[in-house]
Design a protein around this ligand. Structure first.
Ligand code: CU
Length: 114
């Protein structure tokens, strides 16, 4: 096995990072965290450029899930008291979701992908 010279190895590592820069004037990809608290998602609405990632992080003591409003949406997050859930948004649009247990208390959220 041939070893890659150190300067070349560093350069190769930097190539993927260059794709995330804003040098070309395009939108910068974001990774946003939404808190799943007891009876609310925070922030309620997140606006992100297409290709960005949203991570949901459970912080309450009760159990909550995350169900997409669209019938053809991706798999929901299960009912759980703690944990995380992640989705990458590859298409533009407005994506609503809710907690199936607490929707009656207004536990809903919206992701706007531009
Ligand atoms: Cu809930």
């Amino acid at each position: 096995m041939k070893l890659v010279p150190a300067p070349l190895a560093v350069a190769l590592l930097l190539i993927p990072l260059a794709g995330c820069s804003d040098d070309n004037g395009g939108p910068q990809l974001l990774t946003v965290t939404v808190t799943v608290a007891d009876h609310s998602y925070s922030p309620l609405t997140v606006t992100i450029p297409v290709g960005s990632t949203v991570n949901w992080n459970w912080t309450g003591v009760e159990q909550h899930d995350l169900v997409w409003s669209a019938s053809n949406g991706p798999a929901p997050a299960p009912l759980q008291p703690t944990g995380t859930y992640q989705r990458v948004f590859d298409t533009t649009g407005t994506f609503g979701y809710f907690c199936s247990v607490h929707i009656g208390e207004g536990m809903t959220g919206t992701i706007i992908v531009q």
